[in-house]
Ligand binder design. Structure first.
Ligand code: SF4
Ligand code: SF4
Length: 87
């Protein structure tokens, strides 16, 4: 497959700003979205792009429309982990 859709999380993600939210994690049947605690009690949300199949099930549950689908594959940068950049 030359390319496929995969999810991306924008900076508008609530978790980045300290608000507890895991709706996208609960929506992903492949467990491609994981959260881990970071300093300050916030969560860092990561999408495992090797697991994500671009189904889009995580998009609608997000209260701030932070998730989008983008094409990936041959044009994808080397990094396989995409982060919400939560600190
Ligand atoms: S697009 Fe589908 S597989 Fe990918 S993270 Fe969202 S729910 Fe999971
Ligand atoms: S559902 Fe949206 S706001 Fe909530 S953790 Fe996922 S990307 Fe962030």
């Amino acid at each position: 497959m030359p390319w496929q859709l995969q999810a991306r999380i924008a900076d508008s993600c609530l978790a980045k700003h300290g608000t507890s939210c895991a709706r996208c994690i609960e929506a992903c049947e492949l467990d491609a979205i994981v959260a881990r605690p970071v300093l300050g009690g916030r969560l860092k949300i990561n999408i495992d792009l090797d697991t994500c199949n671009g189904c889009g099930m995580c998009i609608k549950p997000c209260p701030v429309d932070a998730i989008s689908l983008n094409q990936s594959g041959e044009e994808q940068p080397p990094a396989r982990q995409q982060s919400g950049e939560h600190v």
